[in-house]
Design a binder for this molecule. Structure first.
Ligand SMILES: NC(=O)C1=CN([C@@H]2O[C@H](COP(=O)(O)OP(=O)(O)OC[C@H]3O[C@@H](n4cnc5c(N)ncnc54)[C@H](O)[C@@H]3O)[C@@H](O)[C@H]2O)C=CC1
Ligand SMILES: O=C1[C@@H](O)[C@H](O)[C@@H](O)[C@H](O)[C@H]1O
Length: 336
């Protein structure tokens, strides 16, 4: 397809707008021509700002012959509805993580896509496109420092409001680590556990923060991920891979170091939109290129499903304060 890919975005909130803006101002080969949002006034103002058509109904946008492909950036609870509608319309769809709010929803999407006989879905696990994680992947894959044995990771956000509930450190935040570490190590998980350290005074009443998720892979690699969502200092992502002959660390973002007032200061990012700029750019450019070539080559529905199975086991482990085994069927040929 030589002509520009006409994209419709459902959900014009924070990430919906950043995706729209980068596609229409920085990336090539695609253009967001239509948007929809349940918050109509706000959605219309976004449409007006970017010269897009506003659809009152997300499914109407998906079925419109004015759009070739869909981006779903609503809150998690509506991902399944709009991804399923896109599959039924036979359109390629990029869905922000998680693929669905519940693991059963991700399985329904996998089944629907397989029944249609064509891969259409890409999940927004953008860390796979981050230059730092790509460096780690190369070193791990080539076993430059021997076998990976343990990983120590941290996922810190500045702070959250009350809409962020106690399931979200696992289901909405550490779902990124669940995906990217499985991709990094090229293996699935065997067990999950979540423990609660002492709670920060900055977490609201119903949120236990921080939380530490411990995963073991099938070959026995031990992973701990600290989710500290009210870290109260910035947005900070860490990943240390301990191998037999060396320790490899995820590079820090290249922010200039400043000497001032008898101190050396290197700024830390404030949120995901600053930390993963390059990853979002590459992720969406590759999605546009793949769709135009009639392919899906990013994280698939199967990856969304495996992520959800793992997150669901970790949630069970958190609520029962036990170690939970992760049972998963073989990846079907359709997704290999
Ligand atoms: N990959 C990443 O790093 C990030 C991914 N996300 C994911 O993106 C999604 C959106 O997150 P944010 O933009 O931060 O949230 P947000 O709350 O800023 O935006 C969500 C938008 O969806 C709209 N919406 C809600 N229900 C809808 C419905 N039924 N139909 C149409 N629109 C509906 C809301 O009105 C709102 O404008 C979430 O699933 C989140 O997990 C968010 C931030 C970063
Ligand atoms: O996906 C994201 C948000 O939805 C989530 O709530 C944050 O914790 C993550 O850091 C961010 O990347």
């Amino acid at each position: 397809m030589d002509k520009e890919l006409r994209i419709g975005v459902v959900g014009t909130g924070a990430i919906g707008r950043t995706h729209l803006e980068r596609i229409n101002t920085q990336l090539q080969g695609g253009r967001v021509v239509a948007v929809s949002d349940v918050n109509k006034e706000f959605g219309k103002s976004v449409a007006e700002k970017y010269g897009c058509k506003f659809f009152e109904d997300g499914e109407e946008l998906i079925n419109s012959d004015e759009v070739d492909a869909i981006i779903v950036t609503t809150i998690d609870a509506y991902h399944e509805q709009y991804v399923s509608a896109s599959i039924k319309a036979g359109k390629y769809v990029f869905c922000e993580k998680p693929l669905a709010a519940e693991k059963e929803g991700t399985k329904r999407i996998v089944d629907l896509e397989m029944a249609g006989g064509k891969k259409l879905v890409t999940v927004g696990f953008m860390r796979r496109y981050d230059p730092g994680y790509k460096q780690l992947k190369k070193l791990v894959e080539e076993r430059t420092y021997g076998e990976p044995l343990m990983l120590h990771c941290a996922h810190r956000n500045y702070g959250v409001d009350e809409s962020y509930d106690n399931s979200m450190p696992v289901e909405n935040s550490m779902i990124h680590e669940i995906d990217v570490l499985r991709w990094l190590l090229d293996e699935d998980y065997a067990t999950a556990e979540v423990v609660y350290p002492k709670k920060t005074k900055y977490a609201h009443e119903k949120l236990q923060d921080p939380q530490i998720m411990i995963l073991t892979t099938k070959s026995g690699v031990r992973i701990d991920v600290e989710a500290f969502i009210n870290s109260h200092y910035g947005y900070d992502i860490k990943c240390e891979v301990c191998c037999e002959e060396g320790i490899v660390n995820l590079p820090e973002p290249a922010n200039a170091m400043v000497r001032t007032k008898a101190a050396r200061i290197t700024p830390i990012c404030e949120d995901w939109s600053q930390r993963f700029v390059e990853a979002y750019n590459v992720e969406l450019q590759e999605w546009i290129n793949a769709v135009k070539a009639g392919r899906v080559d990013g994280p698939s529905s199967w990856d969304g499903y495996v992520g959800a199975i793992t997150a669901s086991a970790a949630s069970k482990a958190r609520d029962s304060q036990t170690i939970v085994k992760i049972e998963m069927e073989e990846c079907p040929d359709f997704y290999k």
